[in-house]
Design a protein around this ligand. Structure first.
Ligand SMILES: [Zn+2]
Length: 96
C-alpha cells in the first residue's frame, strides 16, 4: 500500500458496515471514498474491504491499474473498457 497524502502521516480508518454481501460492501467503500476524495485526504485507489472473519484478505474497492499519468483508475475492480478517473456517464453506460 502506498497512499499519497499531501502532508502528514497516513492512517487507515476502519469503518464496519453490515450489508448482505461483499459486492455491496465494496460498493459502499467506493461511495465513501469518492465522497471524501475532493478533500485530497483520501487516496481512493487504496480503499479496500475486509471481512471481520478474515482480516488478512483484502478486497480492493477500485481497479488497481494506473493511468498513463500514473494516477490510479477509479472504476470498480473488474470494470469493462478503459481505465478512468471518472465514472462513465449514463449515456456511455447505456451504449455498452
Ligand atoms: Zn481500471
Amino acid at each position: 500500500m502506498n497512499p499519497t497524502p499531501t502532508a502528514g502521516h497516513c492512517y487507515l480508518i476502519q469503518l464496519p458496515v453490515v450489508v448482505d454481501d461483499l459486492a455491496t460492501a465494496v460498493r459502499v467503500a467506493r461511495v465513501i471514498a469518492r465522497s471524501l476524495s475532493f478533500h485530497s485526504l483520501v487516496e481512493c485507489g487504496e480503499a479496500a474491504v475486509t471481512s471481520v472473519d478474515d482480516l488478512e484478505v483484502r478486497h480492493p474497492a477500485f481497479c488497481e491499474r494506473h493511468l498513463p499519468n500514473g494516477r490510479r483508475c477509479l472504476l470498480h475492480p473488474d470494470h469493462d473498457g478503459q481505465c478512468a478517473r471518472q465514472l462513465p456517464s449514463v449515456n456511455q453506460r447505456l451504449r455498452r
